[in-house]
Design a protein. Structure first.
Length: 104
């Protein structure tokens, strides 16, 4: 078994703090289903574009979320966000199932 380093613990703790925000958590869950444009994410979450971008920033810095420019439109470039590793979304689903089983 690989030894956990201090850096691993620091990064994991940082991600837990980010995912402690319900909007950030839901972003990861939604992106686990596939790529999304920012306005689609904002609509699904019921938040403003600025609130969405405020939560995407720490997810990008942590390396969890990435984006790809898919071209240009009249108002600017088209961007799609996606998870760097879809296993994160599966991990959250597993966590949710575990928490539900603890409630029994």
């Amino acid at each position: 078994m690989k030894r956990t380093t201090d850096d691993d613990v620091r990064r994991s703790s940082q991600l837990c703090r980010i995912l402690g925000n319900p909007i950030a958590y839901r972003i990861v869950r939604i992106l686990g289903e596939g790529r999304r444009r920012p306005m689609d994410l904002a609509r699904l979450l019921g938040v403003s574009a600025s609130a969405l971008l405020n939560q995407l920033k720490p997810l990008k810095i942590a390396g969890v979320v990435r984006f790809q420019s898919t071209g240009f439109r009249r108002a600017g470039r088209k961007v799609e966000y996606y998870l760097a590793d879809p296993a994160l979304s599966r991990g959250l689903l597993s966590l949710e199932r575990t928490l539900k089983s603890l409630d029994r």
